[in-house]
Design a protein around this ligand. Structure first.
Ligand code: PLP
Ligand code: NAG
Ligand code: NAG
Length: 565
């Protein structure tokens, strides 16, 4: 054979040796090598892809900043663990918690630490409940609380209580036993859908609150992307200001969360940054209408265009906007597109228990189609307890709450909500205007962005805004402290519409008092140390640390306190 004769003898020999080996072992050697190379190739590919998306999403400088911050966090974590430091930090955390405990837990009340041997009489229970309702508290009834109680008028509350009474034992998990509850629930969804200009075929569910609505919508987006695109490492892109429930959803459902800055002066999410972060794993884009911290509506027209172009689910968080957003236009206020009329919008969360004025524990998750909704369902066909199907996270649910919600919606009606929108948004605008028009406030406070709905957030130019917050707390107001940037906000509710002028005069007084303190401190000369208030300590000092594990410890301790008897 001419071919073989040209091969040198030595090579021919080894070739023959190889040929003489059992063919299976040759295959094994070759395959193992190949296998290793393939694995290595995919490993490199995977990390190159990740590096590519990281660099594209955040840029080289952004990625370096991220790296720098992470290293800072780790190093600071080690510092916190140095024995001397650790003891000191633990002691301070314990002191702060002891202070909170003294405020939170009344010492002088009889305690039930085990079931009473014989049940109390009705009269005794009533008396106990009365005492509990009248414990010393912030006066929400008089409008001293931002958010929290959105309506609270006696007439509506009474009707809700009646609705509860009529459906005390009802549970929608048994629709045949409680048909009235099923009907009310379906109608609540339909009524809310109609507020958001839902297209034909749109669908929704009720949930126990805004957080649950957000959780199920994130879950549905993830499940749909898995079913249709096989995505196993899902990612979502949210504004930095989006509700914390999206971070929770990321943690619970293993969706990587990219947070995008919402820079001044408009405090809307940076659309270009969102666009850069989109990659083949992106399953969800999010915007708020409006967001909780600053009451700003994100640019949904742009988000919707992005979502359509890249075929990604877009969620509108209208939990806070609830029934005010849909009435802005009709009430004659400036608005922005945000609902299903934008073709890119796949789902909306709307809290009936905020400006829908329903009793707490009620919200809705709305979807562009029943198919979208089907991804939040949970069905188990082979459970020994029977074929099981539930629309969302909860199993048994209180029918009474559904009745309370339904009663509130039909009692208020379109004109009731329109009227509420006029009053609430009108008051928010008056508050902003008052700040601008009052020289002592205008020179000191700065409103964040251009709030169009019910929340007005402001920071201070020269003073510590957290001291102003503490000053307002001392005057009986329960406002909300924000961070990044340091600020406080007022979420206007029906009770606040009646007392906002008092709110403003108290704010003026507090700002003046803080100014006075600052002047005195400066007069004392350089050495005078600023005393740090409670809120300033939490948000200013602890919050500025590179590793916030101290804050985490404090907050965890606070949660423990909630269950302390
Ligand atoms: C209140 C709120 C939610 C949901 O919060 P819940 O307390 O769970 O009802 C979601 N998003 C925004 C913007 C909110 O203000
Ligand atoms: C922050 O510090 C804590 C406590 O020392 C540590 O457990 C944690 O890992 C640190 N965080 C990071 C991101 O390193
Ligand atoms: C009301 O709240 C309960 C749970 O707390 C929930 O099961 C129900 O679906 C809610 N209904 C509405 C209309 O939001």
């Amino acid at each position: 054979m001419p071919g073989t004769s040209r091969i040198p003898a030595s090579l021919r020999e080894s070739f023959n040796q190889v040929k003489r080996r059992r063919p299976t072992s040759l295959a094994a050697v070759v395959n193992l090598d190949l296998f290793r190379n393939i694995i290595f190739f995919f490993f490199v590919l995977r990390w190159t892809r990740r590096a590519f998306w990281q660099l594209r999403g955040r840029g080289i400088i952004g990625s370096l900043v991220e790296l720098y911050r992470n290293i800072g966090r780790i190093l600071y974590g080690y510092l916190l663990r140095v024995p001397g430091v650790r003891g000191k930090v633990e002691k301070q955390v314990a002191e702060a918690l002891a202070k909170t405990e003294a405020k939170l837990i009344p010492a002088d009340l009889p305690k039930y630490l085990a079931l009473p041997k014989d049940g109390l009489t009705d009269e005794e229970v009533r008396k106990e409940l009365e005492t509990l309702a009248n414990l010393d508290h912030t006066k929400w009834e008089e409008g001293y609380v931002s958010g929290a109680v959105y309506h609270g008028e006696e007439e509506l509350t009474k009707l809700q209580t009646e609705a509860f009474g009529t459906f005390t034992v009802a549970n929608p998990i048994h629709p045949d036993v409680f048909p009235g509850v099923r009907k009310m629930e379906a109608e609540i969804v339909a009524m809310v859908l109609s507020l958001f200009n839902a297209p034909p075929g749109a669908a929704g569910t009720t949930t126990a609150g805004g957080t649950e609505s957000i959780l199920v919508c994130c879950l549905a987006a993830r499940q749909k992307a898995y079913a249709e695109r096989g995505i196993t490492e899902p990612e979502m892109i949210i504004p930095e200001t989006a509700h914390v429930a999206f971070r929770k959803a990321g943690d619970y459902f293993k969706i990587k969360v990219h947070r995008v800055a919402c820079p001044a002066p408009d405090y809307q999410v940076d659309i270009k940054a969102v666009q850069r972060l989109i990659n083949p794993n992106t399953v969800l884009l999010v915007g708020s209408a409006p967001n909780y911290p600053h009451g700003i509506i994100d640019d949904f027209a742009a988000l919707s265009r992005l979502a359509l172009k890249r075929k990604i689910w877009l969620h509108v968080d209208c939990c806070l906007g609830s029934f005010v957003m849909p009435y802005l236009e009709k009430a004659g206020f400036e608005s922005q597109p945000f609902d299903f009329r934008l073709k890119g919008v796949s789902s909306i969360s709307c809290d009936t228990h905020k400006y829908g004025f329903a009793p707490k524990g009620n919200s809705t998750a709305l979807y562009r189609s029943a198919e979208h909704r089907s991804y939040q369902y949970y069905v188990s066909p082979d459970w020994p307890g029977g074929v099981y199907a539930s629309p969302g996270i909860a199993g048994s649910r209180p029918g009474a709450l559904i009745a309370g919600c339904w009663a509130s919606l039909v009692k208020m009606g379109q004109n009731g909500y329109l009227d509420a929108c006029v009053k609430i948004v009108g008051t928010a605008k008056s508050i902003a205007q008052k700040i601008h028009e009052t020289p002592s406030l205008d020179s000191e406070l700065e409103i964040l962005g251009r709030p169009l709905v019910s929340v007005v957030a402001f920071t201070s130019k020269n003073l510590d805004i957290y001291d102003i917050y503490d000053g307002m707390t001392a005057k009986g107001w329960h406002l909300n402290a924000l961070q990044d940037p340091p600020a406080i906000h007022v979420a206007v509710t029906m009770p606040i519409t009646k007392v906002w002028e008092k709110l403003m005069s108290d704010l003026e007084a507090v700002v003046e008092a803080e100014r006075e303190k600052e002047r005195a401190r400066i007069a004392q000369g350089k050495g005078a140390k600023k005393t740090v208030g409670d809120s300033a300590a939490l948000y200013g000092v602890a919050g500025s640390l590179p590793n916030k594990s101290v804050v985490v410890n404090l907050a965890t301790g606070f949660l423990d306190l909630l269950y302390k008897t």
